[in-house]
Design a protein around this ligand. Structure first.
Ligand code: ATP
Ligand code: MG
Length: 268
């Protein structure tokens, strides 16, 4: 497979077995890190323009299995970006108040305002992933959600928000390594949850659920990217490259200066 295949075209049937989580082109740890740092500086500049312009928003959805690296990715890619212009929302199991509404109610209120980059650490996709695998709602209910998600994302896009969706793809063996590392390191024990083990047992069911979400909700206006994520440095580079390309295409511009600025004298 080549790099472009990891950003599949709409209507491509996704079979995750075809996607190598170790894929890294010709990059190595050092070259990838250097390139990521270099590109990040450009993201910082574009984010400032986006904020100053105040006309467009960018929504970044991050999904992964446990230990897939959502936290590490967000920390790395947005380090150095002005925190004033970025919102991060982590979606946990819904509260009773949230469960009493439609599944998009809690999501929509966190959509980024114009000028902002909004990052979703988990998202409305949980409602066709964990909810489906654990049979938390009847089949007809989760089945109807793909269309609701596509319509919701189209609404955001037509209201001035760009959407990028990243699935961080790790192998089951890599997850085992990362879980063992968490057990070995007392400073990582807080990241270890016994509740993650039953999820691991259902790995194949999750892959099937991911494949359907990636296939059915990969639209031209809100595309999915399947990020090879066994190597953290390639994962970070891949996502940084996609975000930078998108921000460049959005081409945010500083607003014009107020008239007469060239005549201003600052009094003593
Ligand atoms: P960490 O890497 O820190 O473990 P996390 O994203 O796994 O981060 P947790 O608090 O461990 O955070 O887990 C959040 C849990 O909430 C996940 O198990 C996820 O599947 C669950 N969840 C999120 N959205 C929903 C939803 N709509 N319905 C049911 N469960 C959900
Ligand atoms: Mg967790």
């Amino acid at each position: 497979m080549k790099r472009a295949d990891f950003s599949p075209l709409p209507d491509t049937k996704i079979n995750l077995k075809d996607y190598d989580p170790d894929f890294h082109e010709d990059w190595n740890k050092q070259t990838a890190k250097d390139e990521t740092d270099r590109l990040q500086e450009r993201i910082q500049d574009l984010q400032e323009r986006l904020y100053a312009e105040g006309k467009q928003a960018l929504l970044i959805v991050v999904q992964a299995m446990d230990t897939g690296g959502k936290d590490g990715l967000i920390k790395k890619v947005f380090s150095g970006v002005n925190p004033q212009g970025v919102t991060v929302t982590s979606f946990k199991a819904p509260t009773p108040e949230e469960l009493a509404r439609d599944f998009l109610w809690r999501i929509h209120r966190h959509a980024p305002a114009k000028g902002f980059i909004g990052i979703f650490n988990r998202s409305h996709y949980e409602d066709v992933l964990v909810v489906r695998v654990n049979k938390l709602v009847p089949t007809e209910v989760w089945k109807s959600r793909y269309d609701h998600i596509n319509a919701f994302e189209r609404l955001l896009v037509e209201s001035g928000t760009r959407i990028l969706k990243f699935y961080l793809h790790i192998s089951k063996a890599e997850q085992k390594e990362r879980l063992l590392a968490r057990l070995d390191n007392p400073n990582k024990h807080w990241k270890f949850s016994l509740g993650d083990l039953p999820v691991r047992e259902r790995w194949d069911d999750y892959m099937k659920a991911y494949e359907d979400a990636l296939t059915r909700c990969n639209t031209e206006y809100a595309p999915w990217h399947i990020v090879p994520a066994n190597r953290k440095w390639y994962r970070d580079l891949f996502v940084t490259q996609v975000i930078l390309k998108t921000l460049e295409a959005m081409n945010p511009r500083f607003p014009p200066a107020e008239a007469g600025l060239d005549q201003v004298v600052i009094p003593d």
